[in-house]
Design a binder for this molecule. Sequence first.
Ligand code: GLC
Length: 536
Amino acid sequence: MAAPDTLRTDDWWRDAAIYQVYPRSFADGDGDGTGDLAGVRARLPYLAELGVDAIWFTPWYASPLVDGGYDVADYRTIDPAFGTLAEAEKLIAEARDLGLRVIIDIVPNHVSDQHAWFRAALAAGPGSPERARFHFRPGRGENGELPPNDWPSQFSGNTWTRVPDGEWYLHLFTPEQPDLNWSHPDVRREHEEVLRFWFERGVAGVRIDSAALLTKDPELRDFIDGVDPHPYIDQDDIHDIYRSWRAIADEYGGVFVGEVWLPDPERFARYLRPDELHTAFNFNFLTCPWEADRLRRTIDDTLAEHAPVGAPATWVLCNHDVTRTVTRYGRDDTGFDFAKKRFGTRTDPTLGTRRARAAALLTLALPGSVYLYQGEELGLPEADIPRDRIQDPMHFRSGGTDPGRDGCRVPIPWEAEAPAYGFGTDPGREPWLPQPDDWARYAVDRQAADPGSMLTLYRTALELRRTEAGFGDGPLGWLPSPEGVLAFARAEGLLCVANLSGDPVPLPPHTDILLASDELPAHGTIPPDTAVWLRT
Ligand code: GLC
């Protein structure tokens, strides 16, 4: 069931708009309170109408869902809560018929502790070939009671867990996510087969989770921050893995997007060399505060770091791990930092929404591909989840100080008047995470009919981005502008001007106003926190 060539052979990914679906929270087709593939299939026309080119699904495989599916028990099975493999195949085909490509998520750094390999490793005992696929070690201290090294976790807390026979195993995330040993040939082979398995089923791309963490210092040495080279982030030998993956992707015309959190632009760009990954998420842009000079610097650095390797940039404002954009932009500190997440941080939703609208036009005008996270097109804010309903392990591992990531994972409101805002098919069933009481105003049906809604803004902007040849991949030239204003030209006489200053600024000369993020006053100015697209 290979996809037709029209969806496969071009450079679509160089300037695609890609929509991230978090299946658990998108739409519930079987009425059990959890989103699923049936729900997605029923809502595919919505995504086609929104005007995106592809859908990235966060993990949908069999999983105990300890970390929202990033704890994979079996890559060749869909989790029963989401559906079946046959349904996934149907979904891929139906999406293709609507012109939507499918990108799946592969989590190569670790598996679930329920994965057959890890269960076999536990059963087989110390020194066994089954344990060699993971990082099992004796402990330190007189009786092996201390962990084998001092590595910090990606999720706060410990990185080693002791099993009853006394050995310890490494997990950069939760204990339910044991790290794989990437110097083991089985690990390499298995992932290559998994890639083929999904490419054979017609997926167009793969998002690679925690893509810079796979290989480890061979001796698992201790780490002194600021002194030693990092023992598990961005090891040089990781690139061999991606070269072999690229050869497989090329056989199928598939593409990769790596989750590469690396501040060093030169190290980041190595992942995007022509024989490695096609693209990687631009987290420097995602974490950047709403300040003109810092955004401009981030945009320039991004374009400069991608140019030598010929890879297109990606632009991302949010995803399933970070605070929703409208909430973040309404705060005093408009940047994003995992370490700074706290309960009760004050925000101004009106201001945040205004800025998020301007940010949407800014982002969609930049050269490269762009990612939207479900609900971003609805302007959903971060929800406050009552403490007794929080599920995210990040919250628990922080000792309860970090609210975790559930606030951006709340089920989508589809219908203003329906129970659970139309998320599910069973009116009596509560969604797996509670939805705020005042979300009717964000519902798709309400916004679809409103010319001033965030949804209408996204639909219009995505359509212009598709039809105006100057957007997408290609050059960008900065224009002289007042302080606090970002103004740049794209090909074909297109201009984007975003006013991040506190005062109105004059509209530059133009022939047409294509779109504005908010109403423009009659006297030819751009109000604060507003962006416009112009033709000259
Ligand atoms: C990535 C995912 C995140 C997950 C983690 C561990 O950062 O985006 O959701 O918890 O990897 O797999």
